[in-house]
Design a protein around this ligand. Sequence first.
Ligand code: SF4
Length: 113
Amino acid sequence: MNRRQLLRRAAATIPVLTLGGHRAWAAEADSLELISEDHATAKALGYVHDAAASPKRVTDEQKTQFCDNCIHYVAKAPAGPEPEDGRGTCALLPNYLVTAKGWCTVWVVKPPA
Ligand code: SF4
């Protein structure tokens, strides 16, 4: 196989791998449960399902912070009118889901797409 053939084969393989990875993630996310606010790591981070209900979220800046605009969040379902409508994964709380309108004390702004 020459260099050109190798590059063509690599270019054809990348989308398949990406799609496969996404499907694997989606299937994995479907099997995850919403984390309990009483989970030891969630408690250590001050995580709550409903950001508006957190007594630790007091500044005007903090009041604009939600899991769905945090760098650590990957959406699984879009946010809706209820605080627990949207779900996603958080890199700091592996193997569980968090709510889109949740929040914790280590929130970091998600860079613009
Ligand atoms: S790190 Fe971000 S996504 Fe994870 S719980 Fe905290 S605010 Fe939500």
